[in-house]
Design a protein around this ligand. Structure first.
Ligand code: NAG
Ligand code: NAG
Length: 433
């Protein structure tokens, strides 16, 4: 009887606590502050590993110099791991191929299925990615090739440039949901700007064998130092933050029937791949005005949403980014507010993980209860956990303080990033001069 009362009390309590419209649970995994173990030092770089010995890992590097030199250092530091991660991606593709082709239903022998994938499908995919390279090359910044050439040379040939190039163009074809939150000023507990970027892709993508944080210190005048969170082998930017305090992340943008668009947005394959555009922003933007200018002047390809924070301007923008349109929104003028689902709050901008505008009340419930007391850990654990967003990666960025809270899905286990501990990283301990 007693147990029954306690059990029902507990369940009533947890029911009462689940924010309306959410179907996840609070992430209660403790935040980890791990001492980085130095791995290797080479002429233009250094590497470290954060590892709690229970599969919470982060491969870290700081590299400096020209883009070629930075790539070269990365190749020396992590050539073997990058080569392995390229194979991981190919192997992950096999699982996806089976899933989408339903090949198992009519080809019983695994060796035949593998032969079809590894000797035919992989070549077709490579061919498509090489075509994508041909059509994007005229718009592609030279640093992309320089860094990849450096990685190939630094790895002493373990990594092939064309493999890296293909790996880095896949995001022109994949679509990831994801959540974006920017909170600053009155919305946060300490008035600082925080940027949550969750990546909902697939928690089982084997790339998560090597989750990475790479700090780049380019020596070219006018370029900014910046850090990227991804997996070893990713050269472009999926999630990143510059040393002066610009943060950036993306989310796919799907057309939703019934929604009014000022211009009907389109997806194109001719232009600068979006991962490289994001890296250009971190490299070159000194403030939000620069971000707007760079994105405006770019030949854009994909349809994505962006979240961009700027500690320099102490503000945040949500962006609707398409090949033929580009719209910036702040916390006052987002055009898709709804009092029921997506109310306006000062100093808070967000896109939830669904197709926008979504009818989910989950984030509204969370922000109604937490407005004014938002902290980085609250963004990670409450938003990530209850909203079940960030199956592959979650990152909270503090662009002014140069801190990050980073989580990845667990390698070879189906454990989502949003269920796991955030690794707290103070980037100031890694930045060089
Ligand atoms: C992980 O194991 C290594 C080797 O046994 C040890 O040196 C290190 O302190 C451990 N790290 C943690 C966070 O427990
Ligand atoms: C919203 O306001 C920002 C300035 O805060 C401006 O740059 C942007 O163009 C505005 N967007 C719309 C859709 O009015």
């Amino acid at each position: 009887m007693k147990t029954f009362v306690i059990a029902s009390l507990l369940s009533a309590l947890s029911l009462a606590q689940t924010p309306a419209g959410c179907n996840g649970v609070l992430n209660t995994s403790p935040t980890l502050t791990l001492t980085p173990t130095p791995l290797k030092t080479v002429s233009n770089g250094q590497s470290w590993l954060m590892d709690d010995n229970t599969s919470n890992k982060l491969y870290i590097a700081r590299v400096s110099g020209t883009h070629y030199q930075m790539g070269h250092a990365l190749g020396e530091l992590y050539g073997e791991e990058i080569a392995k991660n390229i194979r991981n991606l190919v192997d992950y593709g096999y699982g996806m191929f089976l899933y989408y082709s339903d090949l198992e239903a009519y080809i019983g022998a695994e060796w035949i299925r593998k032969a079809i994938y590894y000797s035919v499908v992989v070549d077709v995919l490579a061919f498509i990615l090489d075509l994508n390279h041909i059509v994007t090359a005229p718009f592609t910044p030279i640093w992309f090739y320089e860094e990849m050439q450096g990685i190939q040379d630094g790895s002493r040939g373990k990594v092939k440039l064309e493999h890296l190039r293909r790996m880095n163009l896949i995001s022109e074809f994949t679509r990831a949901h994801c959540t974006v939150v920017g909170a600053w000023g009155a919305a946060t507990a300490d008035n600082k700007l925080y940027h949550l970027r969750t990546l909902d892709w697939n928690p089982e993508a084997y790339l998560n064998e090597y989750p990475s944080l790479i700090l780049y210190e380019p020596s070219i005048p006018g370029e900014q130092a910046y850090a990227e969170v991804a997996w070893l082998g990713i050269v472009g930017t999926i999630t990143g933050m510059s040393k002066i305090g610009i943060s950036i992340g993306e989310k796919v943008w799907y057309i939703k029937p019934g929604v009014q668009y000022s211009k009907y947005p389109t997806w194109s394959y001719f232009g600068e791949p979006w991962q490289l555009v994001l890296k250009d922003v971190l490299l070159k933007a000194k403030n939000m005005h620069d971000v707007e200018r760079i994105l405006t002047d770019t030949y854009r390809t994909a349809m994505i949403h962006l979240g961009v924070g700027s500690a320099v301007d102490n503000t945040f923008r949500g962006v609707e980014y398409a090949s033929n349109d580009l719209i910036f929104y702040d916390d006052q003028n987002y055009t898709r507010y709804s009092t029921d689902y997506h109310p306006q709050y000062d100093n808070l901008f967000y896109y939830d993980r669904h197709v926008q505008p979504s009818a989910s009340t989950c984030l509204k419930s969370i922000f109604d209860a937490n407005y004014g007391s938002i902290t980085p850990e609250m963004l990670y654990k409450t938003v990530g956990g209850y909203h079940k967003s960030g199956d592959a990666t979650i990152v909270v960025m503090d662009p002014a303080g140069q801190k990050m809270w980073i989580g990845f899905s667990q390698h070879m286990a189906t454990i989502n990033a949003y269920e796991r501990s955030p690794l707290y990283v103070d980037l100031t301990q890694f930045w060089g001069a």
